[in-house]
Design a protein around this ligand. Sequence first.
Ligand code: GCW
Length: 674
Amino acid sequence: RTLATMLAGMATLTPGTAARAEDGYRLWMRYDAPAGAQIDVRGGSPTLAVAAAELRHGLTGDAGPVVIAAATDAAVAALRLPTAELGPEGYLVRRVTLAGRPVVLVTGNTDVGVLYGAFALLRHLGTGGTAADVALRSAPKIKLRVLNHWDNLDGVVERGYAGQSLWDWWTLPDFKDPRYADYARANASLGINGTVLNNVNAKAESLTAPYVAKAAALADVFRPYGIRVYLSARFSAPIELGGLKTADPRDPDVAAWWKAKADEIYRTIPDFGGFLVKANSEGQPGPRDYGATHAEGANMLAAAVAPHGGIVMWRAFVYADTDPDDRAKQAYTEFKPLDGTFADNVLVQVKNGAIDFQPREPFHPLFGAMPKTPLMMEFQITKEYLGFATHLAYLGPLFEETLAADTRVRGKGSTVAKVVEGALEGHTLTGIAGVANIGRDRDWSGSSFNQANWYAFGRLAWDPALSAEAIAREWAQQTFGTDPRVVEPAVGMMMASREAVVDYTGPLGLAHLMGTGHHYGPAPWVSDLKRPEWNPVYYHRADRQGIGFDRTKTGSNGVAQYAPAVATLFADPKTTPERDLLWFHHLSWDWKTQSGRSLWEELVHRYDRGVATVADMRRQWDGLKPLVDAERWQKTATYLAVQEREARWWRDASLAYWMSVNGRALPAGVAAPA
Ligand code: GCW
């Protein structure tokens, strides 16, 4: 191309987005309407201004006049619309007659509600709806919808597979990269309203004045989009930064240090959200170092932020080598007795399962077990254990499966979603967190399909009752266009993808079989790591006779941590959902599974099915070549080829290892590993 044509191409750059190539930069917000929409903004806040800008960018003139205004606006109030139940963040979008003129009204009780309504209207149009049929109304079911960035101050993202951290700490606070606003737009389009900027494996430095100023600059960019900033706090910061001799939460000087620190932060960031803390876990300091409880630690921090309206998110991801009995039991053992002792502005943040973000885990037994404490869900959006950025694994079904799981603590229907929403136990402070998969890659998340996991997290955080499939469909429509010849195969691939990863990495409830440290690829044979519960053999316990972790009475009795109705189911291999079988039971290789196959045959079948599903995904994607732009098509095709190769690697290495343990041959009809 000549320089002239390149320059001509550049001239069409849309303000607010850094590129027009089909490189995935625009995420699911690919609307690009010519000017012409008539947007009438009633009110002058920065939030209404960004809502209007978004609609101008996304609406064509034939949408008709659109009015955006909070419900408190006199003209809107006069319509007496049913806005009371929308709460502070809900929205209402519908056709009304305003001052004698038919318009599409986007409203909410607050300007942020209006902004969410604007994005809902764009989603409606991007998924095949029209302005003529618009009638939208929704309010979030969870109050704090937060991303957790495991971003280090040196730019490395722990378990991040999409490049360096988005936050350029070096040039902040002066330079506010326009990308920060695009990040905020993307989050606001889903209703995500908080972001923890730094890694839970935190450095004390993140709380020093220079870093607080940098965080404040980001908070300024995010504020119009309804997003608050939070920081991960290192529990020993009073020693490292304050020169104190201890970080004991019961020490008045320690409490005073944190109070002064919180005051300092709030002077710089008046709407600072609060702290996220990983304490006494994987080497992080915490109250246990001083013989104090997690509650004493959390409450001391909570007291520091409480006068400013801040909160503390205290993680329950703890395990120690002092209790090698069953790692899966430790969080419950340590936290359940503390129920009722946490301050009002503390949430305990619990991973979806009791080990660690495996491709499948049964729901964490803490959900439903601490009725007096708001429990916040922690999902991992970044695919630490599901093939990093290259494998296609749509996590909607994983999130949905966990949220829909029935804890049975208050009878049938006591779902994890109801616990997290606060509906089961009457909490109003509620939250959900997702460990972000976002970095400086052009496409933000390392691949087109990884963007869907960010999207699905945000949508489910807003409404945990949405279906993973419906979310996949609306994402695909906005990402690839509404042509069903693209959308339906894409949705089919997505919906099969996570189960495929389960199948080729660890079917039937197996878990934690991955390579040491990096967590990529198979290593079920590893047995020599210094802590027992780091070794894959600790989890699968395979020997000549059988395989699986006995969590019934004859084993660790981990099942007893669930409500009796659930514990009874999990205690018997015949009533345990087969997908979790070897999580709870150690069974003979000859155990008869529901298909009629022996356990060994069923395992082989599932490993093989996982590989076959990926091969099938490749075929479906190949068929889309004429319908998807070359750049996104090619990258996905290449990644799928990687995934198929590595699915085979997982299957073949795993089966070879199981065969070395059980001395069995492959069932008839199965080809030997290449
Ligand atoms: O999943 C594991 C990861 C660690 C992570 C830890 C945690 C941030 O391997 O990298 O540390 O969990 O959640 O704290």
